[in-house]
Every structure is written in C-alpha cells, then in structure tokens.
Write a protein that binds this ligand. Structure first.
Ligand SMILES: *[C@@H]1O[C@H](CO)[C@@H](O)[C@H](O)[C@H]1NC(C)=O
Length: 433
C-alpha cells in the first residue's frame, strides 16, 4: 500500500496582525507591524513598572469585518466565562479553519475519523495568578469552580472536540515554543499512520500578563529600549536586534488525507511533506554554537519530505530577534542548505518581526504563513532589517522590508523551544515531485 499523503485544506488565524487569514496575511505582506505598547493598550494593569512594555497584541476592535477579536462573534454566550483566553483564541482559529475547509464531519463514522491536536506552551497563567490572589484574600470559596478546567493545557483541544463532536484522537502538545510545529507534525503522523483522516491541528498562547513579562525579563530574553517605538523592537538578523517581543494568538490548520480531500473536492493549499524533530541535549535556553540540534531537525524534515533541496525556495526562520539565537539558526540553515544558498534561489525571513514571538503558538502561525507562501508564491518580509549583521555571518537573502514574489515549490519552517526541543516542517505544492 502506498504511503498516505497529508494535505492542508483549511486555515485559521488570530494574530497581532489581525483575526482571519485575509487580514493577517495582507498586513504581513504590506509590511505592517502588530507590535504595540501594553501600557497604552491595557493601562493600570501593572506593565508600567516593567522594563519591557511592548507585545504583539491581537487587535480587540473592529470585529470580524475589521480583523479584531470580539469573543461574542466566535463563542456561545457564557463560553467566554468558561474558557481561558488561550482556549478562546483556539476556538476562533479552529472555527475559521473548519469553515475554510468546509469540513463538518456530519456522520458518526466521519466524526470518529476526525481528531484534534492542539497545544499551548503555557496555558492560562492569568487564571492561576487571579485565583491565587482570591484564595489568599478569601479562602476556598473565592476559588472559581472553573479554575482547574480553565488552566489545563489540553482544554483547547477538549473544547474544540466538544463543540464539533470530533471523536478521533484528541491530543495536546506542550513543548514551549516548539508546541505549534509539534502539534502539526504529530497530527500529520496520526493521519499517515491511519488513526484519523482529518485532523484539526494548531496551537494557542495568551501570555500577556505582567507576571510572564516579568519572568521573561528575569531571564533577559526580551528586547529592551523600544518602549517608545514598539514596531521597531522585533528585528531578526539586524545588527541592533536585542531580544524577542512576546506575542499572543493562535492558528489552526485542517490536515487531511489526500484521497479523502480529493473525493470531497476540497481546496488543497499545500502538502504537509516533511517533519523532523530533535533535542539539543545541551542547555535549557542556549543552543550549541553550530546549531547542531536545529540542523538535525531540518535534515530529518527534508529527508522525510523526499524533496530536492532546490525546490525549497523559502525558509520561515524561528529567528526571534535574539543576538545568539538568530546567529546560531542562520549558521544551521547555511550548513543544511549549503548547496542551495544563492540569493536567487533561497529566501529566509522571520515573520516574528511583524507578529512578535507567540511562544507555543508561533509554530502554528508560521506554518500558516509558510503554507500561504507556497500557495501564493510569495516570501513574506522581515521588518526592521535596516543593517544586516554581516559580521555575524548573515549573508543570505532575508527578504528585508518588502515581500518577494518568486516560485515557491516548497517551504521549510523552524521552531525551537526552551529545554532544547526543535522541530521543522516542510510544506510543498501538491504537484512538486
Ligand atoms: C469548554 O470547556 C469548559 C471547561 O473548561 C466547559 O465548561 C465548557 O462547557 C466547554 N465548552 C464547549 C463549547 O466545549
């Protein structure tokens, strides 16, 4: 029996660039930034006293038409009380993706063949801190009965399956900033292995909370010195990059077995072609200097994709805008693509320059952007790349400032997480040999 192939038939997104594929993708290609001041957006919340006061913030105004997140448009009455913010974003992205795929699994048999693989890196820190404060002040009776269900990291996956009655595999990945990529890769495996024909895969993160900003400040990971010009703060590959900018949001993809998609006449964006995983086995936050772990993940993804290196015309880098991380990933990309790093063939960009770093959701958001890059033959830009850091070995085409139209038969996207966990995904055009 021939191996089962897996394709993408639906997309959904909640990002700092907007709610909905159209808003996020158009704003991304137009070079807009979703990074704003937390102090102006959420005054009096306690961000004023922190060194980093900026984030990739999901727009709250404008509703569906304007690309803003309004829970009442996406959730049943009462659900916003029962669901933590990360789950609300997940529900919104999932609904978009399922609508886009036109997949409702009407029969019980189809429901059994449809599963969910949806993760989060942190879960709901918000509910933990709020309930702890209430517990301290008023004891047991002040702890919400929704506290436990709201904080569980698999609750987005649970809520999606309850809402749509999906009875297939129900799984939640939590591997820090690699979560989204792992969720999609694992979901692809469930389909290939025969556990399901359709998987709703993705990840959500809602980390905008003074305590998490404080925590990331304490490990000196965040970009400092940009509070008065937020949109300039995330500058991967640039000489003045100074750390990452935290962000929030979610993305969802409908993955489907190829024949299943063809039989029902579904629109196919791209094939999920390759998936590679690795561990650094080195340090909790720093990668080894040669990016050996990143290289292993990329090589493995390319190997499982069985694709020619020359077809991979775009790399959506993990590049979070930290001095060391960007440099090491660049070194790893150059080593893996050594025979294909000519400026006219390979484009490498970091869309975190526009969205910030969505932690657990980053891999899912960037998978969506990579799928769209393949579907529309355009490499999205790296914003703020004013002075390419050439002395640190950055000598590829990083798509500075403006999107580049080019044939993209396949795209690779990287995700790396604390703990030293790496994943790479390869998406290709269906007809790409
Ligand atoms: C979502 O999960 C919460 C528990 O966290 C539950 O109370 C609620 O009924 C669920 N809603 C849906 C639509 O699944």
């Amino acid at each position: 029996m021939a191996a089962r192939r897996v394709v993408v038939t639906g997309l959904g997104i909640v990002s700092p660039l907007g709610v909905g594929i159209q808003h996020s993708w158009q704003n991304l290609l137009a070079g807009k930034s979703g990074i704003r001041s937390l102090v102006s957006e959420f005054p009096g919340m306690g961000y004023e006293s922190l060194p980093s006061q900026i984030a990739g913030i999901v727009p709250r105004t404008g509703g569906i038409a304007g690309g803003g997140f309004d829970a009442s448009e996406w959730l049943e009455a009462g659900d916003s009380k029962r669901m933590a913010t990360f789950t609300q974003y997940a529900m919104c992205a999932a609904r978009q993706a399922l609508n886009d795929a036109e997949w409702a699994a009407p029969s019980d048999e189809q429901r059994e063949r449809t599963g969910v693989c949806f993760g989060t890196g942190i879960g709901s820190l918000d509910d933990i801190t709020a309930n702890y404060a209430q517990f301290q002040a008023g004891g047991l009776r002040k702890v919400s009965p929704m506290f436990v269900p709201r904080i569980l990291c698999n609750m987005a996956a649970g809520n999606i399956s309850i809402r749509y009655g999906f009875y297939g595999p129900n799984h939640a990945v939590s591997t820090a900033c690699t979560t989204g990529a792992h969720a999609i890769g694992d979901a692809m495996r469930f389909i290939r292995f025969g556990d399901a024909d359709v998987m709703l895969a993705g990840a959500a993160e809602a980390p905008l909370q003074p305590l998490s900003l404080a925590g990331f400040s304490r490990i000196k990971a965040l970009a400092l010195g940009f509070n008065d010009r937020p949109e300039a703060a995330s500058r991967p590959f640039d000489k003045d990059r100074a750390g990452f900018v935290i962000g929030e949001g979610a993305a969802a993809l409908v993955l489907e077995e190829l024949e299943h998609a063809k039989q029902r006449g579904a629109h196919i964006y791209a094939e999920v072609r390759g998936y590679g995983l690795s561990g650094d086995g080195f340090h909790i936050t720093a990668p080894p200097a040669d990016g050996a772990g990143a290289q292993r993940a990329m090589r493995r993804a390319l190997q499982t994709a069985q694709i020619s290196l020359a077809d991979v015309a775009y790399v959506n880098a993990h590049a979070t805008s930290t001095p060391l991380g960007d440099e090491v990933e660049n070194c790893a990309i150059k080593s893996v693509f050594a025979s294909n790093t000519r400026h006219d063939t390979l484009a490498v960009s970091s869309t975190k320059s526009a969205t910030g770093h969505l932690l657990g959701a980053a891999g899912a958001v960037e998978a969506v952007f990579s799928v769209l890059a393949v579907a529309h033959d355009v490499a999205p830009p790296t914003l703020n790349l004013d002075t390419i850091d050439t002395s640190a070995g950055f000598d590829l085409n990083y798509v500075p400032h403006t999107a580049q139209e080019r044939t993209i038969n396949a795209a690779l996207t990287n995700s790396f997480g604390f703990g030293g966990t790496n994943a790479a995904l390869v998406f290709s055009k269906l007809e790409c040999k």
